[in-house]
Write a protein that binds this ligand. Structure first.
Ligand code: ATP
Ligand code: HMH
Length: 279
């Protein structure tokens, strides 16, 4: 008899962060920690560290197609997420492939700007994301500045977050989670609005830390991992949020700027990973 871990397969469609803390690197580490195997479509490369983004180089469009073809020829992808998509052409190329391979359980993290202020999606790309990608998403997870752009309104209060979530839903999103990390005060409020119009708040103590590089990537990757495992959307969101709350207070002391998280601290024992016994 041997122990076999049964991991479902997910997919991250995102940009590479050479600094290892955000983007695809954060996604892969998170998926692994959350007991899910992840394949990866690299939409672009960034030369990046904890201080900022020094260069961004989108992948050739036909290479996007090739990566999707290789993945879907072999893997049973149960859930997927998108991260940095750079520009309109890359958004549309990804959309075409998502449709072609009938990808379900799609989490769209509408990454627009890196922590240091560098753009990771241009303005035509934002329009394409809203018009063409948003309708395919099971869940969209904007942070406060991204939600302001998608809802076309300023957000200065929790009431505004609720209104913005409804506006983003009216724009075509099935389910919306607005993250409150960019807000102020001792508590971080994330607002979730589900397709059936049920809305709820997820809260956590605001941790005073500069190690927040890749928090949004990490949260959306955790939710995607739990969707791949067959959890319902509301349970996947709750588990992803629980995971974030756990790891944000225990970062790694690495780099000279916005440091990385330590995605690998959950679950801590093999017993928690649900070992299946096979003869
Ligand atoms: N200081 C903090 N303390 C506790 N939780 C936080 C803090 N900052 C963010 N979070 C949590 O982290 C998750 C990501 O939120 P955030 O608003 O930082 O995303 P983001 O801006 O998209 O991240 P990034 O751009 O770095 O990828 C949310 O669940 C949020 O509640
Ligand atoms: C490649 C990449 N994707 C996403 C983010 C946002 O965290 C980043 N900084 N870099």
């Amino acid at each position: 008899m041997r122990d076999v871990l049964q991991y479902p397969t997910a997919l991250t469609i995102a940009g590479s962060d050479s600094g290892g803390g955000a983007g695809m690197q954060a996604d892969l580490k998170t998926m692994q920690a959350c007991r899910t195997y992840s394949t990866a479509v690299v939409v672009g490369l960034t030369a990046q560290n904890t201080l900022g983004v020094q260069g961004a180089y989108p992948t050739a469009l036909d290479v996007i197609d090739q990566q999707f073809a290789s993945i879907f020829a072999d893997f049973d992808v149960r859930a997927a997420k998108t991260g940095a998509l750079f520009d309109r052409d890359h958004v549309l190329q990804v959309v075409e492939n998502l449709k072609k391979y009938e990808v379900t359980n799609l989490v769209v993290d509408p990454v627009m700007v890196a922590k240091g202020g560098a753009a990771l999606l241009d303005s035509a790309g934002i329009d394409a994301l809203r018009e063409d990608l948003l309708p395919l998403a099971t869940l969209i997870t904007p942070n406060l500045p991204e939600a302001e752009l998608l809802a076309e309104m300023p957000i200065a209060s929790q009431d505004d977050m609720v209104v913005a979530a409804h506006k983003i839903m009216a724009a075509g999103a099935k389910n919306v989670m607005i993250k409150g990390g960019h807000g102020h005060g001792p508590v971080v409020y994330d607002y979730v609005l589900l397709a059936d119009q049920v809305g709820f708040w997820l809260t956590g103590d605001r941790v005073a830390t500069t190690s927040k590089h890749g928090t949004g990537d990490t949260l959306s990757a955790a939710i995607t991992a739990y969707l791949a495992q067959g959890e319902s959307l509301s349970v996947a969101i709750a588990l992803g949020h629980q995971y974030m709350n756990k790891i944000i207070g225990q970062p790694l002391n690495i780099g000279h700027g916005h440091g990385p998280l330590n995605q690998g601290q959950w679950p801590t024992t093999i017993a928690q990973q649900g070992v299946n016994h096979e003869v």
